[in-house]
Design a protein around this ligand. Structure first.
Ligand SMILES: Nc1ncnc2c1ncn2[C@@H]1O[C@H](COP(=O)(O)OP(=O)(O)OP(=O)(O)O)[C@@H](O)[C@H]1O
Ligand SMILES: [Mg+2]
Length: 176
């Protein structure tokens, strides 16, 4: 790998935000992601800040770019296999960059019984790193999110809003 390739991608341009200049500066960050490469740049920076046990909820409409962001994170961690949407499996597990990642898409989760019988509860062992699409479908079955990422359509691109809910999540955002 050349030095150039090893350089972290620059962060996409941050958008002005309400918390600017206050103590809440890092509790809330927004970016405009003009195209998929901007999403990948954000994913690369995020990948470098993941720590075991981190729980990230991904919000946004169908096609907002949630799976694309997770794919970018996995690629940045050196995962070279296919990253497919867990639309039907609900969960896809990965081992990459020294981390155990769990990618959920709960859009098709039916009920708590399905959750329990699939053994999903056991995945939350304080060690695995979670990216959870459609967390609202599992409601109180999930642990609190350290970070929530909201993706929205913005013209041809996307807007990403990153919120930290815990100290761990805040530390992750501060070092982004
Ligand atoms: N920053 C961006 N600008 C423009 N297009 C983007 C950007 N990021 C991702 N996309 C495109 O948007 C689509 C996002 O699809 P993706 O499967 O990631 O959405 P999703 O939020 O996971 O949807 P679902 O809820 O159905 O799982 C892809 O076609 C991708 O190429
Ligand atoms: Mg998806």
């Amino acid at each position: 790998m050349t030095m150039e390739n090893a350089m972290p991608a620059p962060l996409p341009n941050p958008l002005p935000q309400a918390g600017e200049g206050t103590n809440d500066r890092y509790a809330n960050l927004s970016f405009f992601l003009a195209d998929e490469s901007a999403t990948q740049a954000l994913a690369q920076r995020l990948a470098a800040r993941l720590t075991p046990g981190l729980v990230i909820y991904l919000h946004g409409d169908l096609g907002a770019g949630k799976t694309t962001l997770v794919r970018g994170v996995l690629n940045a961690l050196g995962y070279t296999g296919r990253v497919k949407s867990p639309t039907y499996t609900l969960l896809e597990p990965y081992s990459a960059g020294g981390l155990e990642l769990r990618h959920f898409d709960l859009y098709r989760l039916n009920d708590q019984e399905e959750w329990e019988s699939a053994g999903f509860r056991d995945e939350f062992d304080g060690h695995n790193v979670f990216f959870i699409e459609w967390p609202e479908k599992a409601q109180d079955l999930l642990p609190v999110a350290d970070m929530e990422i909201q993706l929205e359509m913005a013209g041809e691109g996307r807007k990403a809003i990153l919120l930290a809910n815990t100290k761990t999540g805040r530390e992750c955002l501060e070092r982004l």
